[in-house]
Design a protein around this ligand. Sequence first.
Ligand code: MBD
Ligand code: FE
Length: 278
Amino acid sequence: MQTVDVNSITDYIAGTFENKDDQRASEVMIKLIQALHNYIREVNLTHAEWDAALQFLRAVGDKTTDHRDEFMLLSDVTGATSLVDILAGLTSPEATAASPRGPYYLPNAPLVEQGALICREDEPGTPAIFKGRVIDLQGRAIKGALLDIWHNADSGLYSNEDESQDDINNRGRIHTDENGEFRVRTIRPRPYPIPMDGPVGAMMTAFGRSPWRSAHFHIIVSADGYEPITTELFFSDCEYIDTDAVAGVRSSLVHQPIYATTERGKTLIVDHQFCLRK
Ligand code: MBD
Ligand code: FE
């Protein structure tokens, strides 16, 4: 007979996850059980607290649809998304750092030419030129890389949560040219609160956490033969740069805003070099 007590229960359960055919799966699950049990012992978790936790997770599931991933939002605000990103980048620190994708990506943004306007002609906000280059780890230009760019409007809203914007507004996909370069015209993104109308928002409110994300461009960069990277670019003068709700800010992704005068008036110039690994 094998009975369990407050400590031996951990080996009792963890041992059932031994799997000779998949050592990695074993490691991931056994360590998870150990971390969970250690946590329960450490905080001396009560019935009421564990019930609340399970109800919370149930609410996260209930809120999740094809268009709303409350589990991803939970991963984002707990720092799990960013920590996995940071870990993945440690092996090649010269490559562009990853940052959360967020809930507002839409596939099939318009494919545009160099210099294209990816917002409306009369888009409210600060005009911006977003340009740069895509290189490999050896510093060689990658031509034909694809940048999938999206960001919010001056109202703070992304096109897919705003009736007054076309779905494709503030979105575009552009290939790099012979020199690995790209250039689009748009507006400066604005700070934005994470979606607060679900259980994750209720948790943020309960702990007095700030829902604000530092203003950002979203970019997915991909090229044949390279690892695609989902990332963001930030601005050092944003009031939320040090308090981003999802810990998405990396120093290599922060731009000191530079302005130039163009045909659209005072224009933010963001010039960024992206680096992909094989
Ligand atoms: C966003 O705009 C975002 O980028 C992330 C990661 C989470 C919530 C809202
Ligand atoms: Fe975003």
